[in-house]
Design a protein around this ligand. Structure first.
Ligand SMILES: *Cc1c(COP(=O)(O)O)cnc(C)c1O
Length: 379
């Protein structure tokens, strides 16, 4: 995290609420991912934080991108150099995967000239892709256990492994090519067993596909879910990486292309929110602070991401458990009902570290309060 002194200086300079993005930490997180998983090409999941400056920093540092809407696709295309590919036969696969298994037909029409790599997990999608994006390469998304992940995805996406090879054959019968398999173990996955089970499932589907003649299935996309170190209970990434490396060596031939779609892991620790105390009251014996950012804004992850963010004071002093509310007129706009804080005055600043993922990206304009201003450091 940026130092408290720097955060205060930036807040004085730019005003609050202020979302501070530290690009040195973005680069460090990406470097850690690549050092620990040298066989894996990271495709940053843009939905975790879609600021164009972040896309550019990751691009310069060698990342590729996972997009899930046409707007995200354009954000990436507009912010990476040497684009579009000069030659018609150039595929964009080494830079972008379109990893939303459900795509509307207009999206497919717009993607098709790029010969994109897209995921699918059902038969209706095969017919749609054949009609509107016949030049796409396909990745079949498998349903895998999401046990214990903070954000579960298995109820919405993924083909049952038992239907997987039939879906590969259906795509082939439609004249499409399935290039690989993908899965997502659920976001903030602290149960590393999910990855082990998912790799075993993908391995058995892949070998069955090969045995039925589909030798072109050679990409394995291990999705996202890599946990951010929000607290001491999260086991370190290097433990997960060691497990993954061992499974890769055990299961997969060296020429298999492995990619991943880390979102949260790359951005969560790189951003800090600085807000200001704008109100203060004692209700039912509890001290309540009102700050100028909340659940409809940078703290949206409390609702959408099942995440908790500590609110910390710069001021020192004995603490009591306080409630912290956002600025809107909705009682849902509650950041915490038990936050240890010292005595604060109106105008004091508070901050929340590790708030880079699924936060600013899902901020709204509810009640007329705009999303936090963004400032970039160490760019
Ligand atoms: C959201 C998402 C990701 C990123 O997940 P994290 O848990 O943030 O790493 C990756 N792939 C797909 C398909 C997603 O939907």
């Amino acid at each position: 995290m940026a130092s408290p002194a720097l955060l205060k200086r930036l807040a004085r300079q730019h005003g609050t609420p202020l979302f501070v993005v530290d690009h040195a930490i973005l680069r460090k997180n990406l470097a850690t991912f690549r050092q620990q998983l040298p066989r894996v090409q990271p495709y940053f999941a843009v939905k975790a934080n879609s600021l164009p400056e972040i896309v550019r920093t990751f691009y310069r540092a060698g990342a590729s991108f996972d997009v899930a809407s046409i707007a995200e696709f354009r954000t990436v295309v507009d912010n990476i150099k040497d684009w579009p590919p000069k030659k018609q036969q150039d595929f964009i696969w080494d830079k972008i995967i379109y990893a939303n298994p459900i795509k509307d037909k207009r999206t497919l029409e717009e993607l098709n000239p790029y010969k994109p790599l897209v995921t699918y997990d059902n038969l209706a999608e095969v017919h749609k892709i054949r009609q509107y994006a016949p030049d796409a390469g396909l990745i079949l998304r498998l349903s895998v256990p999401n046990t214990g992940s903070v954000v579960e995805l298995a109820s919405k996406f993924g083909a049952p492994p038992g239907e997987a090879v039939n879906l590969i054959e259906a795509a082939a019968a439609a004249g499409l090519t399935v290039e690989g398999l993908s899965f997502h173990v659920g976001s903030q996955c602290t149960n590393f067993q999910n990855y082990i089970q998912a790799l075993a499932l993908a391995d058995s589907v892949m070998k069955e596909a090969w045995s039925r003649g589909h030798r072109q299935v050679r990409i394995l996309d291990i999705g996202g879910g890599f946990p951010a170190p929000y607290d001491a209970h999260v086991r370190p990434f290097r433990d997960l990486a060691r497990t993954l490396r061992a499974e890769f060596t055990r299961l997969f031939p060296p020429d298999m292309e492995i990619l991943a779609e880390p979102g949260r892991f790359l951005v969560a620790t790189a951003c800090t929110l600085v807000a200001e105390v704008i109100g203060k009251a004692d209700r039912n014996g509890k001290r309540c602070y009102y700050i100028n950012d909340g659940v409809y804004h940078t703290f949206s992850g409390i609702l959408f991401d099942h995440c908790k963010y500590p609110v910390k004071a710069f001021r020192k002093g004995p603490t009591q458990l306080c409630a912290v509310f956002g600025p809107t007129c909705d009682a849902l706009d509650t950041i915490s009902l038990a936050e240890p804080l010292p005595e604060l005055e109106l105008g004091d600043l508070v901050y929340s570290p590790n708030i880079g993922a699924y936060s600013h990206a899902s901020s709204t304009w509810f009640n007329g309060f705009p999303p936090a201003q963004v400032v970039h450091i160490n760019q």
